[in-house]
Design a protein around this ligand. Structure first.
Ligand code: FAD
Ligand code: DLZ
Length: 516
């Protein structure tokens, strides 16, 4: 038998399960297709990253002696969808089955499963590039009332032995989050990210992407993502040597001028398969053990990967497709138009959108507490916001984007992912960033012309969702404050917020499935 092995753009690992088991006669296919570039309007840097990484990876596989078919976007007979192109190639090469590792999106997984019994059958293989499989997650969840990250993470620490001293966590605590909330000190120097050489392959892809997808939101000019394993390893070394030791304490900080701070920028390389989660976690542990990084930094970093990354993937695969339709707070506003233009007077939002446009990147706190928080406070519908996040970040894959957006940001899953919404007022932004200094609004004022809109929106959000949220014991204190305000004050805040929302230009909210 001769299989066709389809390797997707986010499966670029020579140790991929389907490649490990490949018989010598197998044909390995990598397919650039228009549909994957357009089902949401991906940032041109994201498309260029994936296509350039795919082309380099195909060359690497050929060097290793594999028989590789590479379908380029402009090939005249390209079927332009992943499944149709794979089937076309299987017939072309006389293959009797198509093998694929579990893709990163339920839509493709489902489409492949539907073709399993066809005359040309699809065989699906589990993705073992993670610490856990969806089945492992389901088994961990069994019998638990609420599958909280913290317990999952502890279990993962025990299972892997990462940062463990016998049966106890290193340093005696599982979590050093409370050491990780410092704003940036004035004048701090942030090391610049590595710049990678753009070879002919990368330059050619950038031209192609400019031609085909130049109308999408996002600038291509600032592209400096790693497109090979070698470049990704250079980024990892840079992170471990230059950034990790400050990663923890400035993890929650936001800067008006510095887009990356002490974050690793490794998510895209990790999600594409150029790096493995094990090498990141083990690298961070080594820095701690050898005294080059403090425990709060190494633990904070490892928790993001061993904890959050595995946890959101488990939630995604055990709950799709229903998860995507959840909307616990009934949010129904369209996406504010400024998410595509950056045209807003809210300085924090403007800078997060501009940095996203320039870099196809914003760090976690910008995603959660700026673009996420504004959308939460403005009742933006989950599908509108999810499509934006899926489009604009170089690291965006639905298995990780959806739980973060729908669950963590919008509380759309009713509190499965986060026990309370991450809603915040202007005061939070002022404490954690220097944006407010450059903003026309005053974070200390709630009503009036120069009051920060986030303040009145925050209280309106709490009032609007009182029924869903006030019973939550973690929200008791804040509802106590709201209740102690005079009726007049509450009415003035409400009017202020409603006036802001009435003036907010939004896209029409669309129903799920309309354009997918
Ligand atoms: P660092 O701050 O250096 O963190 C290290 C690594 O931990 C990251 O590379 C990432 O692999 C992992 N990580 C950190 N936080 C999370 C998290 N909450 N969930 C899963 N993994 C995490 N991450 C994606 O990889 N793809 C997405 O599409 C994505 N969408 C997001 C959408 C929203 C609304 C939010 C709030 C978060 C999203 N995240 C997503 C998680 C996180 O923001 C990014 O992983 C991170 O900003 C990537 O930058 P970094 O590599 O510098 O991360
Ligand atoms: C995001 C993306 C893009 C833009 N283009 C391609 C492509 O041409 N070929 C491909 O195999 N993968 C691409 N991808 C990544 C896929 O969308 C991704 O593999 C699925 O969404 C599953 O995560």
């Amino acid at each position: 038998s001769r299989p066709l092995i389809l390797v997707l753009g986010d499966q670029l690992d020579v140790d991929l399960a389907s490649l490990r088991e490949a018989p010598p006669e197998a044909v390995i296919a990598l397919c650039e297709v228009a549909e994957e570039g357009r089902y949401v309007p991906h940032h041109p840097q994201k498309i260029a990253l994936i296509l350039a990484a795919m082309r380099h990876f195909a060359a690497d596989l050929r060097d290793r002696g594999h028989r590789v078919h590479y379908s380029a976007l402009d090939d005249p007979d390209n079927a332009q969808t992943l499944l149709d192109e794979a089937e076309r190639l299987a017939r072309l090469y006389g293959c009797d089955e198509i093998r694929a590792v579990r893709p990163g999106e339920w839509r493709l997984w489902q489409a492949m499963r539907e073709r399993q019994g066809n005359a040309l059958p699809w065989r699906l293989i589990e993705d073992d590039r993670f610490y856990t499989t969806p089945d492992d997650f389901a088994a961990w969840e069994q019998g638990r009332k609420s599958p909280r990250l913290e317990y999952f993470y502890r279990e993962m620490r025990r299972r892997t032995g990462l940062l463990m001293e016998d049966d106890a966590p290193a340093g005696g605590r599982w979590n050093y989050d409370h050491d990780n909330r410092e704003p940036l000190p004035e004048g701090i120097e942030v090391p610049a990210p590595p710049r990678h050489r753009r070879d002919d392959v990368t330059r050619e892809v950038m031209t192609l992407v400019g031609e085909h997808f130049g109308d999408h939101f996002g600038d291509l000019a600032g592209f400096h993502w790693p497109v090979t394993r070698r470049q990704a390893l250079a980024d990892l070394r840079h992170f471990l040597a230059e950034l990790l030791s400050d990663f923890g304490r400035y993890q929650d900080a936001i800067s008006d001028s510095e887009p990356f701070l002490f974050h690793s920028r490794l998510s895209a390389a990790l999600n594409l398969g150029l790096l493995s989660p094990r090498e990141l976690c083990e690298g961070a542990e080594r820095e701690y053990r050898q005294g080059r990084a403090p425990l709060n930094a190494a633990e904070g970093f490892i928790r993001q990967i061993l904890g959050w990354r595995e946890y959101v993937r488990g939630l995604y695969w055990t709950r799709m497709p229903d998860y995507k339709r959840a909307n616990a707070l009934g949010a129904n506003r369209g996406l504010p138009a400024c998410y595509w233009t950056g045209d807003t007077e809210l300085r924090c939002l403007k800078r997060a959108i501009e940095m996203t446009r320039d870099n196809a990147y914003a760090h976690h706190i910008q995603r959660l507490m700026v673009t996420g928080n504004v959308a939460l406070l403005c009742d933006v519908a989950p599908d509108a916001l999810c499509d934006w996040y899926l489009a604009v970040y170089a690291d965006a894959c639905e298995w990780v984007e959806l739980p973060n957006t729908l669950g963590m940001v919008l509380h759309g899953d009713g509190g499965l992912m986060g026990s309370k919404p991450y809603c915040a007022s202007g005061k939070y932004i002022d404490r954690m960033s220097d944006h407010c200094r450059h903003c026309r609004f005053d974070p200390k004022r709630v009503v009036g012309d120069n009051a920060c809109p986030l303040n009145s929106l925050y209280w309106r959000f709490l009032e609007t969702h009182r029924e869903a949220l006030s019973g939550n014991h973690r929200m008791k204190l804040i509802y106590g404050s709201l209740d102690r305000m005079s009726d007049d004050k509450r009415a003035a805040m409400r009017d202020q917020a409603e006036a802001f929302l009435a003036g907010l230009e939004t896209e029409p909210a669309y129903g799920r499935g309309e354009h997918r």
